[in-house]
Design a protein around this ligand. Structure first.
Ligand code: HEM
Length: 127
């Protein structure tokens, strides 16, 4: 959420001082002209701009916002996401499958978007 501190023109739109603006992150990240096959699970597309399914425009992934007021904890959060040892340990012992009946997943829209009823997994022993 941003508030214009003066009258300004943005991409041809006149925005008056005091107007609150919110970036439509969900719409941008589901725009097929920016994110080819947006709903497909293609994690490799985040590795390089040449990868299949990579965004066609810069600044198209806004998980941590962008530019000067982006998330100060972004790097820390990514490091935490790389807690591979713990995951390796869990995946060696168990397999995790999506409990049937949840796709398409029901989303809850707010300031952030998340699963409305959680994501239920069934855990199987690998032994
Ligand atoms: C997966 C975890 C996280 C996600 C997805 C996330 C996402 C975001 C987003 C989208 C923003 C708004 C950026 C904007 O307005 O353009 C933000 C701001 C912020 N985040 Fe995070 N964040 C995460 C973790 C953290 C952590 C671990 C910390 C602190 C250690 C943190 C501290 C902050 C702060 C202080 C701001 C405000 C920055 C500012 O307004 O200048 N975040 N975050």
């Amino acid at each position: 959420m941003r508030e214009a501190d003066k009258d300004v023109e943005l991409a041809g739109y006149k925005v008056s001082k005091g107007t609150r603006l919110m970036v439509a992150t969900y719409a941008i990240q589901h725009d097929e002209s920016v994110w080819p096959d947006a709903e497909a699970f293609i994690p490799e597309r985040h590795l390089s701009s040449d990868a299949v399914g990579a965004p066609t425009q810069p600044h198209a992934w806004l998980g941590f916002g962008d530019d000067t007021r982006s998330c100060v904890g972004g790097r820390l959060a990514m490091l935490e996401g790389q807690a591979k040892l713990a995951l390796v340990h869990l995946f060696r012992r168990h397999s995790y499958r999506l409990t049937p009946g949840q796709v398409p997943i029901k989303l809850q829209m707010g300031i952030t978007v998340g699963p409305a009823e959680g994501v239920w997994l069934t855990v199987h022993d690998r032994s």
